[in-house]
Every structure is written in C-alpha cells, then in structure tokens.
Design a protein around this ligand. Structure first.
Ligand code: SAH
Ligand code: F3S
Length: 445
C-alpha cells in the first residue's frame, strides 16, 4: 500500500532531485522512486526538498563516485534544514548502516528491493525526525511500484525480472539485488499496454539475465511473441541475455516476431575456458561460439555486442590472447570492456588475494582489446553504407539540434537531418557515412 506524503499544505508541491548511476535497471528504479513519491522532479539540487542518489556498485570506481556525489549536497542542509538526503541502489544495499555512520547528513539508506517502502520511510523521517535504513529482501511484491513514465517518450524500459540467480565470481549483483524474481506475464503485458497507449513505440525488456525469465508455463520466447503482438508496438528489444539460456524457443521467436530487433547483447566476459571456469560462467568458449552460430543461422545479419572483463585473477597472457581471438572470430559489433575490480565478499575477491593481475598489465591488455574493438566497430559501421535502414525516430541528436537520431535495428546510432514531426515515426533512411561510433544518413527522395 502506498502511503501519502505528509505535505504541509495540499497546494505546495515538493521537489525531488534524483541522480542516477549505473545500468538500465537503476534508471528504471529511479523512475519507480519518482513514482512512489508525490513530487515533481527538479534539475537543481538547491530547489529540492528531497535529494536521492541512486547508486551503482558494480566496480569500485562506481561506488566511490556515489559516495563523493552525496558529499556535494551536504552543505545544502544549512540553508534548507528540512532537506532530506537519501542513498538508494546497490551501494546503499552493500554498505547499509556503515553509510549512516560515515555520513551524518544522510537521512536514509534504501536498497533496490525496498523501493515500495520509500513513502513510509520519508513520512517517518518527516514526522519523527529519525534516520532510516531499509535494505530488506523480504518484500513480497518487488514490482509493486510502477515506474514513472515521461510523456512523449518513444522508447521505454519494462522490467521483467529483479535480481540474479547466477553466481559469477566477480559480480556483486546477486548480493545487492538478491535472487531472481520473475515478474508475472499479466503485469508485464499490463505495463506495456499502458506505455503503448501513451505513445511509446519501442519497448526494451530488462533483467539481469533477461532470457532466463519464466512464469508458469511461459518462457522468454513466448513472452517475445505475446509482447510482439500488442497493438502499437513497432520495436522490441531486450537486455541482458545470458549465453547458457539461449534456447531454440527464444531464437525462433527472435526470428519470427518482426518487431524484435536484430541485435543481442550477449556478455561473454572472457575468451578463455580457464578464466570462464574461474568466473563460474557455466559455459565454455565453444558453447558461446555455438550460441553465436545458432543466432546467426536464424538471423543472418544480427548484431552482437558483448561485455569483456580484462585482468580477472589468474588471467595469463595466453588467456587474454584468447579473449582477443574471440573478438576476431565473432567480430562483435561493439563491446563494453572493463578492468576487473574486486568486490567485497565475492569469490573473485578471494582469488585476487593470490592471483591478482598487475594494474599496469590489465591496463595494457584493456587498451589492446579496446583498439581491436574500435577496428571492428568501424568495419561494421562502414559495411552499412548504401543500405536502407527502417528506423524509429527517437528525438534530436544531443550534439546537433538539426539532426534527428535513433538506434537502428542493430542498435547503432544513426543521425540524419530532419524535423521534429518525424519523432516517434518509422522512417527509411539510407546510410551515407560510417563513423567510429555512429552512422549518418539521409531520407531518400
Ligand atoms: N547481467 C548483468 C550484468 C551486470 S554487470 C547485465 O544486465 O548486464 C554489467 C557488466 O559489468 C558485466 O557484464 C561485466 O562485464 C561487468 N562487471 C561486473 N562485475 C565486474 C567487476 N567486479 N569488475 C569488472 N567488471 C565487472
Ligand atoms: Fe552478475 Fe553474472 Fe548475474 S554478471 S548479474 S551474477 S549473470
């Protein structure tokens, strides 16, 4: 049950300044935070009644960023004593009470699963002036608060799963987001239908291992078919897929449902069987390559992107070379690569005690890998020249207001000159230029 905020006067709107770090799940959770409270968003922390930083703990750098960003707001309490400052998200979950001790200006700490309790927490802080922490995992209805959906958006996320049941040795996600909870089919359909009624045309289904989703007799492939049929939907995307859970049912649905985009983000993490084993990824290089082949057999021009961790404890030169050779073999359209960062309480942290890789070596390996990826990204972008892409126009380019932008079916950014009346429409654009990170095109006459 949502509890209304204790407003001083029914007319006075309260303002929330919300800062978000991390993955799509955090963006989605920020929208849930916004929706849980009866407030307007403000871009200026000085105008805020509430400041909430929604944090990411995936790598050490990310959680340091969260702590330092909160520090920036503490001085605002002297000019605005009623200001409530809270930390939400994965760093909140990870360090809990320590944060309250460390930061006397922090009013509450809220884990990702506890978002439905936020109105109650704020109301208690306002009435009894206490500090609160809620990092419980025992909320039954983790999806209870629907996200806030900004009017006019063409593209939106729908979360179909919280948490993760895999146990990758490097990863903090299962610790901070708990085990996998799959959202019922009816609720996913309901939220999607609502979004489509508001003018959304592209849905991205999100989950940590999105394709492991299941509910009653339904599997992920069935979900793609059911969502694909909904009136008004033009494009269907999903992220992030787990290689071991790529099934025939899923690949068939990807092939047959025309709304499903020709792109999959399929994190591999390493090209070496030794390292994959240490990481507890539960598949081999061969299994991964076989999944890639199955996808390409079904959808020949599918774009494949990946995540790669460089310098996991025990990674030898030869293991690293196998990651590079996997990139060469698959020719990933793009990849996110990261230096391994030990996370508290994980198996990887223990392995790092004896097998950690010198930071300089990891850095060198990372730049070798990223240079190679740049080559393939550009190669793939150049291959699109002369092709016509049917695209859903998302909005104006961030860099140049004369240009519209959108993601192609392969998840590449495509910019072209055009007017605002095309936003939200499907148009055909001919690719004229392939750039390192995007394409440029024109609408053919
Ligand atoms: N299934 C999730 C994975 C979340 S983490 C998803 O939705 O993408 C995102 C990526 O961060 C992982 O794929 C991995 O490549 C990277 N990562 C996770 N933990 C890491 C760590 N300890 N050090 C470096 N990179 C890490
Ligand atoms: Fe993390 Fe592995 Fe799950 S990367 S989110 S434990 S699939």
């Amino acid at each position: 049950m949502l509890i209304a905020l204790n407003l001083e006067s029914p007319m006075k709107k309260k303002y929330l300044y919300l800062e978000t770090y991390g993955c799509q799940m955090n963006e989605y959770d920020s929208d849930r935070i916004h929706n849980a409270l009866d407030v307007e968003l403000t871009r200026n922390p000085k105008d805020a009644d509430y400041i909430i930083v929604n944090t990411c703990a995936i790598r050490e750098k990310a959680d340091q960023k969260a702590l330092s960003s909160l520090g920036r707001y503490k001085h605002l309490k002297s000019s605005n004593p009623g200001l409530i400052i809270g930390m939400a998200g994965c760093v909140a979950q990870l360090y809990g009470n320590k944060l309250l001790k460390q930061m006397p200006y922090l009013d509450f700490v809220l884990g990702p699963r506890a978002i439905p309790n936020l109105p109650q927490i704020i109301s208690e802080i306002e009435t009894s002036n206490t500090r609160k922490i809620d990092i419980s995992f025992d909320i039954e209805e983790v999806f209870e608060v629907n996200p806030y959906h900004e009017e006019g958006r063409v593209s939106a996320f729908v979360s179909i799963q919280q948490g993760c049941n895999k146990q990758c040795a490097y990863c903090i996600v299962p610790t901070v987001r708990g085990g996998e909870v799959n959202r019922p089919m009816e609720d996913i359909v309901k939220e999607t239908v609502y979004l489509l009624s508001k003018g959304v045309r592209e849905i991205t289904l999100i989950g940590q291992t999105v394709n492991s989703w299941k509910h009653e007799k339904y599997r992920f492939g069935d979900l793609l078919r059911i969502i694909g049929e909904l009136e008004g939907l033009e494009r269907l995307r999903f992220t992030t897929s787990y290689p071991r859970d790529i099934t025939k049912r899923m690949v068939d649905a990807m092939k047959e449902v025309k709304e499903v985009c020709s792109h999959i983000h399929l994190p591999v993490q390493s090209g070496s069987d030794n390292v994959l084993k240490l990481m507890n990824r539960t598949y081999s290089r061969e299994w991964y390559l076989d999944s890639v082949n199955r996808l390409r057999d079904a959808i020949p021009d599918i774009a494949i992107s990946t995540d790669m961790i460089i310098g996991f404890p025990g990674e030898t030169d030869s293991d690293f070379e196998q990651s590079v050779s996997l990139l060469e073999e698959v020719e990933f359209d793009s990849s996110f690569s990261f230096k391994y960062s030990p996370r508290p309480g994980t198996v990887g942290e223990k392995l790092a005690k004896t097998g950690s890789i010198d930071d300089k070596i990891s850095g060198e390996r990372l730049s070798i890998f990223q240079e190679k990826q740049k080559y393939y990204t550009l190669k793939k972008n150049l291959e699109r020249i002369g092709k016509t892409e049917e695209v859903l126009v998302e909005g104006f380019s961030k860099h140049d207001n004369n240009f519209l932008f959108f993601f192609t079916t392969h998840n590449r950014i495509l910019n072209f000159e055009g007017g605002g009346n095309l936003v939200g429409k499907m148009v055909n654009v001919r690719v004229e230029e392939g750039l390192p990170n995007s394409l440029r095109g024109v609408i053919p006459n």
